[in-house]
Design a binder for this molecule. Sequence first.
Ligand SMILES: Nc1ncnc2c1ncn2[C@@H]1O[C@H](COP(=O)(O)OP(=O)(O)O)[C@@H](O)[C@H]1O
Ligand SMILES: [Mg+2]
Length: 239
Amino acid sequence: MKTLAVMSRKGGAGKTTVAVNLTLAARVMGVRAVLADADPMRSACEVLKGRDEAASVLFETSAAKLFTLTQACQRGGVELLIIDTPAAPEADVAEAVKVADLCLAVARPTYLDLAAAVMSVAVIQRLGREGLIALNQCPPARNGVEPPAVLKAFEALRFASLPVAPVALRSRVVYQTAFAQARSVMEMDGGGAAAREVQELFGHVWRQLNGEGRAPMRTANDDLGRTHARAGLAMVPTA
Ligand SMILES: Nc1ncnc2c1ncn2[C@@H]1O[C@H](COP(=O)(O)OP(=O)(O)O)[C@@H](O)[C@H]1O
Ligand SMILES: [Mg+2]
């Protein structure tokens, strides 16, 4: 079994959106995936409770119960456990990091979200785990031209040698309308752009989880990397 923790210190970055859509994308692709809602806000539960299979897809949990839940899922033949985490407290998020094979730090392409993602990756690495940053709520490209905020976010993260998923999720209304119907964007509009993004992000995450094409990571105490991170992030405008 592989375990993915979806995290961000910033509320509203899109943890629940990414966690739910990745879980449902995995299931569409035949992976036995379940979602653990470890956020006391219970947003993932709110979205998924209306589904027939909710009881077999969704677990309400807490940081303290994550280890036991992970073992139970493993025994139960789950192939992928995705954990939706709260923005805080850090100790609770750390429990999710500890049981995860990969931690996905979700960030909007803004200065503050990227700064939070950089800190998250440092925590992930301190705990000896693998991290990956996924950009979410990016403005869509227009006529094939990438908006400057997105270009700068990718540039800054790569310049800082931080591992970033090559596919960015865009800001699209379907992410919101899908949740109102307890569905994923793939279920709402399978041929749409959002569905393609989620599918690509899932593919990338799945390959990382299974050790294929893992991006090189810098170490947590890499001072040069930290300097680069600051220099790079200075290029990212707030949006
Ligand atoms: N890619 C996106 N496009 C449009 N709306 C989004 C997107 N990602 C998240 N949202 C919306 O932003 C809000 C916060 O997202 P949520 O997933 O709850 O964030 P978090 O779990 O990090 O607090 C929700 O209303 C959600 O529908
Ligand atoms: Mg949430």
